[in-house]
Each structure stands twice: as structure tokens, then as C-alpha cells.
Design a protein around this ligand. Structure first.
Ligand SMILES: C[S@@+](CC[C@H](N)C(=O)[O-])C[C@H]1O[C@@H](n2cnc3c(N)ncnc32)[C@H](O)[C@@H]1O
Length: 286
């Protein structure tokens, strides 16, 4: 499927079609960065997201840590001073472009980080070789989330931990509502993406392969005072790329008016991270 083209299979194809994600949406970090920039500039949280994520994982027992869907390596770059000296870190992503950027971004860390091209549903690692796996905003992209979770369980050692971050069904709902006024048929924003594994639906899926599933919520929101970063966010999403330019222009004009009337555009967020312990027993939970 070419980037940004509507297809018969509709929007879900772009959101969970591995080939499309790997070669278009996440060919490099440009789309991800446009979204991260909105959060970075207008977040109301007291703690930065990657700092908060690292707070959750830093005390994990063991040394062998895998991040799946690492993107350009932001988690490790932002926490470069905090990575325990004895950790052996492996970063995996199925996008060659993302891995290249992660390698370049983390070169200055002066650590022996391993990089692997890997689809989370078919991991190229032997059984029981990691103590912790981090999957930060990536499980909702899998065509078969259960298969991905089964693979994560397989590569974890007994007692190993999975840390899985995702969004809730109402995450950034306002943004989707604003765009829908101009194109009711195109769902935009994270609400279009999270259903396969969101804060609510993810817990039951985790419980198939993991025990002691605990969810920590990240309290945050956006107070946006510029329209361009919002439009950049919309146009970075698989569905937003399919909006026609006239629709984007009408949406931009409406947001400019709202901002001028209200002084700030408030967007509510639902984000968090589950920690879960690998179930004991057979190597494969099936
Ligand atoms: C939303 S980005 C998150 C990147 C990074 N974890 C972060 O938070 O900045 C999702 C990442 O998961 C990767 N990804 C998506 N599906 C994948 C799969 N099946 N196997 C491996 N990586 C995948 C994408 O290439 C992309 O880098």
C-alpha cells in the first residue's frame, strides 16, 4: 500500500499492516517526531514521559533488557545517565530506518548496546534470554497481539517482566473530534489506533501470558497554544495523511479561531504502562 493512499481495506490496514508501518509510517522517525514534539512542547505533566517510563523499569531485577519497537532510541537517549552499569541492552525494531537512527543517536552513550531487526511477532531470540522486555507504544500496531505477547513470554526468563505502555480509548479524543467536523469519515489520532491493545483491553490480553498485571497511569494533558504543531501531528498519522489539503486548511482555520477565542486548546490524555510477570510453566503459552 503506497504511503497515504486510501485502500479498500480501510484505515485499519494502515494502522496494523506491518509492511505499511515498516516502509511508510515508520520508515524513519519523521512522523513519530512530529507527534512527540506536540507532547514535548505542550504537556502539562510534571515529569517527562521517557523519565516516567524509566522510573517504572529501572528497578527491574536482572541484567538483560530488550526494548521492542525502540524507534530512534529516545528512551535510552533521554535516560542516558540512569542506565544501570550492569544492564545488557538490546534494542529491536522492524524498521531498518528506525534502527539506523537509534544506532546513530546512541553512539555517544559509549555503551555496548545490541541492535536487532525484528518483528515482535517472530522474535529472532532464543527462549528465556531476557530479564525484562519494554514495549513502549507499539503492541497496538501488531496484527496479532496474542502472538506478540506469546513471543515476549517465550524470550523472558522465569520471573521476567514485561513493561507495556499504551493509550486509553479516549486518549486525545478532542483532536479526533475537531478533525471529524471536517471529515466525518476519517478517524484521526490515537483513538483510531489503540483498540487492539489499549489501557483497558490490554489487561485481559496480558493476563493470558503474564501474572500479577499492574497498571500505572501517567497523569498528563496538553495545553496547546499554537496550531501548526497540532496540524503537523494530524498529518503525521496514517489516517491524517489521507485527509485532502482543503480539509486540512478548513481544520486549521477553525483551530486558529478556537485558539483566538479561548487562548488555549486543551486536549486530554490517557496513557500508562502495565508491568506483568512472565507466567511460569511451559516455554510456550500457546
Ligand atoms: C509509536 S512508535 C514508538 C517508538 C518508541 N518505542 C518510542 O516510544 O519512541 C512504534 C515503533 O514500533 C515499531 N514497530 C511497529 N510494529 C512492529 C513490529 N511488529 N515489530 C517490531 N517493531 C514494530 C515501529 O517501527 C516504531 O518504531
Amino acid at each position: 500500500m503506497p504511503c497515504g493512499q486510501k485502500t479498500e481495506s480501510g484505515f485499519s490496514a494502515a494502522l496494523r499492516d506491518g509492511r505499511h508501518l515498516r516502509t511508510c509510517q515508520y520508515r524513519d522517525s519523521a512522523n513519530l517526531n512530529a507527534r512527540a514534539e506536540l507532547h514535548r512542547r505542550f504537556s502539562t505533566a510534571g515529569t517527562r514521559w521517557f523519565t516516567w517510563v524509566f522510573d517504572q523499569i529501572v528497578s527491574a531485577p536482572g541484567r538483560d533488557v530488550l526494548e521492542l519497537g525502540c524507534g530512534p532510541g529516545g528512551l535510552w537517549l533521554e535516560n542516558r545517565e540512569r542506565v544501570p552499569a550492569d544492564w545488557r541492552v538490546t534494542l529491536a525494531d522492524f524498521s531498518a530506518g528506525m534502527l539506523d537512527e537509534a544506532r546513530a543517536n546512541l553512539r555517544s552513550l559509549d555503551r555496548d548496546i545490541a541492535f536487532a531487526g525484528a518483528d515482535a511477532q517472530r522474535l529472532p531470540f532464543s527462549d528465556a534470554c531476557f530479564d525484562a522486555v519494554v514495549a513502549n507504544h507499539m503492541l497496538y500496531h501488531l496484527e496479532d497481539v496474542g502472538q506478540g505477547l506469546s513471543e515476549i513470554r517465550r524470550v523472558l526468563r522465569p520471573g521476567g517482566l514485561l513493561f507495556a505502555a499504551t493509550n486509553g480509548a479516549n486518549h486525545m479524543r478532542e483532536l479526533g473530534d475537531w478533525v471529524r467536523r471536517f471529515d466525518p469519515d476519517t478517524p484521526v489520532g490515537s483513538t483510531a489506533m489503540v483498540r487492539p491493545f489499549d489501557l483497558a483491553t490490554g489487561l485481559a490480553q496480558l493476563a493470558v501470558h503474564f501474572d500479577d498485571v499492574r497498571l500505572a497511569r501517567y497523569e498528563d494533558g496538553l495545553a496547546v497554544t499554537e496550531v501548526d504543531p497540532l496540524i503537523d501531528y494530524v498529518r503525521s498519522t496514517p489516517t491524517g495523511k489521507q485527509l485532502d489539503p482543503a480539509t486540512v486548511d478548513r481544520c486549521r482555520a477553525s483551530l486558529e479561531q478556537m485558539l483566538s477565542d479561548e487562548g488555549v486548546l486543551r486536549i486530554h490524555k490517557e496513557t500508562g504502562m502495565s508491568a506483568a510477570v512472565r507466567k511460569p510453566g511451559e516455554e510456550s503459552a500457546g
